[in-house]
Every structure is written in structure tokens, then in C-alpha cells.
Write a protein that binds this ligand. Structure first.
Ligand code: AMP
Length: 401
């Protein structure tokens, strides 16, 4: 990464200074507002620890949910501040603000002792955050001497705290941001070969740029999920009532030709779990891909495909996975996805996993510790897979050569 990293900053820029860390504490909450998964909070501890060790005042800035530019107590970061305190123990006190900009907040920051943490209230309580309003970005910048970007999961967004603020204050990447980028580079742009991508999910149109980009870089691409049906249809097969995007058939045909030219092997499912209707209680059966019945819908990959994909992953030294193999939210159609979790955790390959559903499958299986790296970013990870640039990173200060 050609951007300044927190460790590149001179100690004099940190010690005794007000250092703002943009984190992605957009954690999932249950109906009562309890945090159901705090991975994103724990992932930022290395950056916070580093700054506390150097006696900085750490100012945390984040959004939570979609309050649409209005104050909404449901999306207050108070619960997050309490959880952060539980991880910092006695080491530092976590103070919670009731706003994220303004004279009162500035005064409170001035008053807290060095080596402590100050959590700003939800940035999205102001419309200026999502609009990347210059005045809002300037206000935020006025609260700190240095800005550290560690909100990888939000780096695809052009918001005030993601790109606007860097214009007004020196900035650098935090530990989480660097870890995400380093893993990604190692897995996709400079991988140990063979490198295999496992792609699933609902729509080819959502993933087309990813498949195009990866077909230039991967040795093999395994395609599961509903995306597979557009590929099968493009080859003239009957796919019953399964999800298909007829408008993408020509695009898919080009893609298959392009992969062939690039020497990337494409693997498609060879059997499916089909159901009479999209209902977990519907009658199901397993059929080869040539025999999907007229009025049935294919909702998961079948056992022969699981075996095929398992074998295709055997020699992999690197695996990249995004997207479920079937409608895995329903037990009846989840076997293929969980079989891939097993295939990956049993493999010796270095693996990077990303995207909300894939992440969820690992969490549900309780095997998150058995995979090399699970990205904390959904949209940001997908943007990188497309070969795109992340604005939240592009706007950081450059490393001086
Ligand atoms: P995406 O957000 O594009 O990764 O798609 C994830 C969604 O794809 C999940 O909600 C799955 O239920 C859905 N999905 C995967 N395979 C199928 C399938 N065969 N039929 C219908 N939906 C599917």
C-alpha cells in the first residue's frame, strides 16, 4: 500500500495528541438493541492499543445503522462504547459523547485525560456525513490532530468521514485496514498458486465484474448459488423454475470464452437439490443438472457437486470465497454451503472469505477460527474483488518515497 500507515507516523504526531480513528462499528443488533456480533469492535483493538500505548487521546468516529441524517436513540453508539470498555478493561476509560461535532464535544475532548478513549455519537445523525458535506468534514477534522482510517467495511463509501476529512487533517491507515489490504493482495493479486475462487450468491449481474476480474487472475473458478443457472441456460440446459437472468446470457457466454482464453478453468454444479416450490417444507429431491424438472426450482448444489468442488479445491494453495452455494438460510438448502465451509477448513490453503452471507455461514458453523482470514467488509471486499479502487483508502495521505 502506498499510503501512510499508522506506524509510519512520527511518535510526536501521536503522543499527547488527539487522534481520531474512523472505525466501522456498524455491528448487528437484535430487536432489543443488544450487539449480536462484536467482531468489528474487536478487530479495531490493535489500532486503539497502539495509540493508548503512546498516550494519545483516542477519538472514535463511526456510524451505526441507517438513521437517515436524524438523531435516533435506536442507533446510538452507547452500547458499542460499553462493549469497547469491556475489552479495554482497566487500561483506559471510554467516555461517550452525546454528539459528534460542536463546541461541547470539543471541550469534552480537551478535558479527558491522555491515554483514554472518547466515542463520538453516530456520524449518520447528521445528513452531512453521507453527503460528504465539506462543512461537516471540517467540523470533524477540527476535533483531532491526526486521523486514522480503520473502517475497512465502509471504505467503498464517499462519505465525509471516509474521504472528506482527509483534506483537512493528516491521515494514515490503521492496523485493520492494512491487514485487510495485505490479505487481499496476497490472495488475489499475488497469490500462491494454484489459486481458486469459489463464488456463489443470487445474481450474475451483481457479480459479473468480479467474475470478469477474477477470470484474469484465478487458476480455477467454481460457481455455485443461483448464478449457476444463467451459465447452464447459456449452454442450452433446462433449469425449471430456478432463478435465471436471461438478460445476462450473452454476457455469460462471453465470460466463458474469456475464461477459456485466459486459461482459467470454470467449474459449474453437476447436480442440485430441487424443490417443488421455494419453501423449506416443500418436497425435495436430488437431480443431475441435465434433469431439473420443468416446474421445480433448484435451491442448493447437490452431493456430486460438493464432491467435485471439494476435489477442485484439493490442490489449492490459495482460496478466495464469496457467496453461498444455495438458499442457505433454510436448513433444507444449506448443505452445499456448509460442505464448502468444511472443505475450506480442512484445506491447507491460505483462505480469504468475504461478504455478509459467507461470513454468516462461517459464524453459524462456529468455524471462524479455522479459516485464515474473514474480511470485515462486505461491499468494500466486493469492490476489491471487482478490481476497483476504494475511495476511503485512495484519499489517505501518500507515503513519502
Ligand atoms: P448475494 O447477496 O448475491 O451473495 O446472494 C445471496 C443470496 O443468494 C442468499 O440470500 C441465498 O439465499 C441466495 N441464493 C443462493 N443460491 C440460491 C438459489 N439456488 N436459489 C435462490 N436463491 C439462492
Amino acid at each position: 500500500m502506498n499510503k501512510l500507515f499508522i506506524k509510519d507516523l512520527d511518535i510526536r504526531k501521536i503522543q499527547g495528541k488527539r487522534v481520531m480513528v474512523r472505525t466501522d462499528y456498524n455491528v448487528p443488533l437484535d430487536e432489543d438493541g443488544n450487539i449480536t456480533d462484536d467482531t468489528r469492535i474487536r478487530a479495531t483493538l490493535p489500532t486503539i492499543d497502539y495509540l493508548l500505548d503512546r498516550k494519545a487521546k483516542v477519538i472514535i468516529a463511526s456510524h451505526l445503522g441507517r438513521p437517515d441524517g436524524k438523531v435516533n436513540p435506536k442507533y446510538s453508539l452507547k452500547t458499542v462504547a460499553i462493549r469497547l470498555q469491556s475489552y479495554l478493561h482497566e487500561r483506559a476509560k471510554v467516555f461517550m459523547a452525546d454528539d459528534c461535532i460542536g463546541a461541547k464535544v470539543k471541550k469534552q475532548i480537551d478535558e479527558i485525560p491522555l491515554g483514554n478513549v472518547f466515542v463520538l455519537e453516530n456520524l449518520r445523525f447528521y445528513p452531512g456525513e453521507e453527503k460528504n458535506d465539506t462543512a461537516f468534514a471540517k467540523e470533524l477534522a477540527s476535533l483531532c490532530d491526526v486521523f486514522i482510517q480503520d473502517a475497512f467495511g465502509n471504505c467503498h463509501r464517499k462519505h465525509a468521514s471516509m474521504i472528506g476529512i482527509d483534506e483537512f487533517v493528516p491521515s494514515a491507515a490503521g492496523f485493520l485496514l492494512k491487514k485487510e489490504i495485505d490479505y487481499f493482495e496476497k490472495a488475489v493479486n499475488n497469490p500462491m498458486r494454484p489459486v481458486v475462487a469459489l463464488l456463489g450468491g443470487a445474481k450474475v449481474s451483481d457479480k459479473i465484474k468480479i467474475i470478469e476480474n477474477l477470470s484474469k487472475k484465478m487458476d480455477k473458478i467454481l460457481i455455485g448459488g443461483a448464478m449457476a443457472f444463467t451459465f447452464l441456460r447459456a449452454q442450452g440446459f433446462n433449469i425449471g423454475k430456478s432463478l435465471v437472468e436471461d438478460s445476462m446470457i450473452d454476457v455469460v457466454k462471453n465470460l466463458m470464452n474469456m475464461s477459456k482464453k485466459n486459461g482459467t478453468k470454470l467449474y459449474l454444479p453437476v447436480d442440485f437439490v430441487v424443490a417443488e416450490k421455494f419453501d423449506s417444507r416443500a418436497e425435495t429431491k436430488i437431480v443431475p443438472y441435465q434433469e431439473i424438472p420443468e416446474n421445480w426450482i433448484a435451491l442448493d448444489i447437490g452431493p456430486a457437486t460438493t464432491k467435485l468442488f471439494f476435489e477442485a479445491l484439493q490442490d489449492a494453495k490459495t482460496i478466495v470465497w464469496n457467496g453461498p452455494m444455495g438458499a442457505f438460510e433454510f436448513d433444507a438448502f444449506s448443505r452445499g454451503t456448509y460442505a464448502m465451509v468444511d472443505a475450506i477448513t480442512n484445506s491447507h490453503a491460505s483462505t480469504i472469505v468475504g461478504g455478509g452471507d459467507t461470513d454468516m455461514a462461517f459464524h453459524k458453523s462456529g468455524k471462524t477460527h479455522e479459516v485464515s482470514f474473514i474480511s470485515t467488509g462486505g461491499g468494500a471486499f466486493l469492490k476489491l474483488l471487482e478490481g476497483g479502487e476504494l475511495p476511503g483508502i485512495a484519499s489517505l495521505s501518500d507515503k513519502k518515497s
